[in-house]
Design a protein around this ligand. Structure first.
Ligand code: NAD
Length: 475
């Protein structure tokens, strides 16, 4: 029983321990998998506005059972060693669960990016990248960062360019970081990937009525009332796709400066534009606003999507959470203590290591694209179209010969004749990954009497995979 709120890293370890306790791991291997291999702390100075500013950054490597290790770089004032190590551990388990062939890592810089001009952020990012790259903590075959909270395509492009300047003869330099813009070696669909993955995860959850019933819900996704915390990269894309394509109602959006709610459903795109123009949700005209944002986590809804930061559902508010289903789009939004309270209440939690794995999955595709130096679909697309054209012509000839008129649905030809472009291939690969990983968790969840929740099931699957790679290495 967790009585006091543990730190983020302790929380991850407690969840790990719960799963490891019911696994049959050789003595010592459990400890080896759990511990963080190394954390590098760097302090560096950058001259800005006429004076030297000192910044503190981290890069933590949790597990090198596979290399390169992979994990985002976060820009936030709250970044600290404990947080970076917790996030690096989650990366290890996440990559194993979705079968992305990476170890786990994470980085962070203590900075409020909103306090700096773009050119200042570029100087700071390049300097941080330099410090990491010279120690191989950014390297296409050793350690490959990606975006996280407070960073995006722009920062990844600076990091890639900085690495390339330092390694002028490395033909694979672009693979040193993922989440880059398309014109700098990125891949179609990376920006939306984590939110898209949340959508695919929910779709797979709702495909099995047994899972839906465990959450005390009925039917499909359509019409479900959803509250989202954080309308950043992950929260915005998840909310947008779920509302536009699955017919859910986004009844609440929680941001830094309060929350908006409307039982009839909020217009996600309009709120997103408002935040971009005004820096927050306050003043948005078409909804009720409350300054007590976090309290909206406790509102009645069908699905709660925390997509901002860790520890928001904790010992203080867990017993008041009404949502029967929580999908952890953020990393670590539910503390170990809250997890216990929610489990006792019967709340179903789709855990972070699975729910937000869409980002690293598409990052994996981007890394492969960079190493193969060719866009996905470039060789096959037109050939595929030509073969489909042949089938359509044969069907038309056949229907003529039979004296019948072949009248397919209006968009059949358009859809069938078009060969898949990179974006379609990426979405297809992501969908497949999210379904397969969910099914592996579901199997453990349903089949083992000693597993009551999806998180434990996720840990069992991923720890099993990490253990198998250590065994294969002879450890
Ligand atoms: P982001 O910076 O794009 O968005 C975060 C959003 O949360 C912002 O809109 C911010 O205003 C809001 N926010 C911050 N503090 C808040 C608070 N106290 N209450 C309500 N809202 C608050 O970050 P992101 O990339 O969307 O990441 C969000 C979470 O998802 C993090 O936990 C991150 O580790 C995780 N994640 C991100 C990715 C990715 O590809 N970007 C991948 C996997 C996991």
């Amino acid at each position: 029983m967790v009585l006091q709120e543990p730190s983020f890293r302790e929380s991850v370890d407690l969840m790990f321990n719960r799963a490891a306790a019911i696994m049959d791991l050789p003595p010592g291997l459990e400890e080896k998998i759990r511990v963080c291999n190394a954390t590098y702390t760097v302090r560096f100075g950058v001259r800005l506005r006429g004076q030297i500013h000192t910044f503190t950054g981290y890069r933590s490597v949790h597990s090198e059972h596979m290399e390169p290790v992979k994990g985002g770089i976060r820009y936030a004032m709250a970044v600290n060693q404990d947080e970076v190590e917790a996030l690096a551990a989650l990366m290890t388990y996440k990559c194993a669960l979705v079968e992305a062939p990476f170890g786990g890592s994470k980085g962070g810089l203590c900075i409020d990016p909103r306090q700096y001009e773009e050119h200042e952020l570029e100087m700071i990012t390049r300097r941080f990248a330099y410090e990491l790259a010279k120690r191989d903590l950014i390297n296409p075959s050793q350690n490959v960062p990606a975006p996280d909270m407070g960073t995006g395509e722009r920062e990844m492009a600076w990091i890639a360019d900085q690495y390339a300047r330092m390694n002028t003869t490395d033909i694979n330099a672009r693979a040193c970081v993922t989440g880059k813009p398309l014109n700098a070696g990125g891949i179609a669909g990376r920006v939306e990937a984590t939110g898209r993955g949340v959508q695919f995860a929910l779709r797979e959850f709702f495909r099995d009525p047994r899972d839906v019933e465990k959450a005390g819900l009925t039917g499909g996704l359509e019409g479900k009332r959803v509250i989202v915390q954080g309308l950043g990269n992950v929260g915005y894309h998840a909310a947008k796709f779920l509302a536009q394509q699955d017919g859910v109602r986004i009844t609440g959006i929680i941001e830094r400066d309060g929350a908006l709610f409307d039982e009839g459903g909020l217009d996600v795109e309009a709120v997103h534009h408002w935040i971009a123009r005004h820096g927050g949700v306050s003043g948005f005209p078409d909804a009720t606003h409350t300054a007590e944002g976090a309290a909206v986590l406790e509102h009645d809804c069908d699905i709660l999507i925390p997509a901002a930061l860790e520890g928001v559902i904790n010992l203080a508010n867990a017993h008041r959470i009404q949502a029967p289903l929580i999908i952890e789009a953020a990393n670590g939004p539910v503390t170990a203590g809250a997890d216990e309270i929610l489990r006792d209440k019967g709340t179903v939690i789709i855990p972070d290591m699975y729910a937000n794995a869409g980002g690293v999955t598409v990052s994996y595709f981007e890394w492969v694209k960079n190493l193969s130096h060719i866009r996905f679909g470039r060789m096959q697309r037109r050939q595929e179209e030509a073969r489909h054209q042949l089938v359509v012509e044969q069907l038309e000839t056949l229907s003529d010969a039979l004296g019948k008129t072949w009248s397919p649905s209006p968009d059949f030809k358009e859809k069938y004749l078009r060969g898949a472009d990179e974006l379609e291939l990426v979405r297809s690969g992501l969908d497949d990954t999210m379904r397969t990983a969910y099914q592996s968790m579901r199997e453990v969840w349903h089949d083992r009497a000693d597993v009551q929740d999806l998180r434990t099931a996720a840990y069992i699957v991923s720890i099993g995979k990490v253990a198998a790679s250590y065994r294969a290495k002879g450890l």
